[in-house]
Design a protein around this ligand. Structure first.
Ligand code: SAH
Ligand code: MG
Length: 220
């Protein structure tokens, strides 16, 4: 996002609680890429508006985004998946410290393997995809069948530091990730069962609403 605009939006956020600042500091010290505050604030607002009861998160890191989702809806129950053992332990400890273990279950494992095991008993009102950028399509395809009707899937970082929209912007590693995200976004907007809106907030958040095509036809 344009830098001045982003700075302005950051400045317009009300000060966060101490536990939120502590988590952000922990993430910074460990170089863990948690959601940026403006994007997080937007996701929290979506949660207040839609009040999802059951949330699936792909990519827990240290638990920051999951805990902020509970902050936005204390009645939410979240399953979040993390494959890195160190981060999983950090998340587990942070969640317990804030006594959010009744809201958040952290599962240690690769999301591609864990999501299919949830299929039998679970359905979700919201899915938040924020893990390996090259696997977004896979995570989406695995999670979509678990989504309740009128549910939605959020994908974070879909504009990736401006590299997705600007093909000229050079960076050996980022360009490669940007290419994958560009393919993902192309695929996403064409998905027959979802209506997607890409919002240029934070690092870019795609909101994909499950329509099943039925409602669409009702309107035309
Ligand atoms: N949602 C977090 C940030 C997640 S960072 C927040 O905003 O607070 C992305 C995380 O996804 C990393 O911790 C990484 O270890 C994890 N991850 C990447 N690929 C994964 C996979 N296939 N399965 C589970 N976790 C994965
Ligand atoms: Mg992210």
């Amino acid at each position: 996002m344009e830098e001045k605009l982003d700075q302005y939006l950051q400045k317009m956020l009300l000060p966060a609680d101490e536990w939120v600042r502590d988590l952000a500091a922990e993430a910074k010290a460990d170089r863990v890429p948690i959601m940026d505050p403006v994007g997080m604030n937007f996701v929290m607002q979506l949660i207040r508006l839609t009040k999802p009861q059951r949330i699936l998160e792909v990519g827990t890191a240290i638990g920051y985004s999951a805990m902020r989702m509970v902050e936005a809806n204390p009645y939410a129950s979240i399953i979040t998946i993390e494959h890195d053992k160190v981060r999983y332990n950090q998340a587990f400890n942070n969640i317990h410290k804030m006594e959010m273990e009744h809201n958040i279950e952290v599962i240690h494992g690769d999301a591609s393997e864990v999501i299919p095991t949830l299929a039998a008993e679970e359905s979700f009102d919201m899915v938040f995809i924020d893990a390996a950028k090259g696997q977004y399509k896979r995570f989406f395809e695995l999670a979509a069948p678990l989504l309740s009707d009128n549910g939605f899937i959020l994908s974070d970082n879909v504009l990736f530091k401006g590299y997705v929209a600007d093909e000229e912007k050079e960076h050996p590693r980022f360009q490669k990730i940007a290419r994958k995200l560009r393919d993902y976004n192309d695929w996403l907007i064409q998905h027959p069962n979802f209506i997607t809106s890409i919002v240029p907030i934070g690092d870019g958040v795609a909101i994909s609403y499950k329509s099943n095509g039925k409602e669409l036809k009702d309107y035309v």
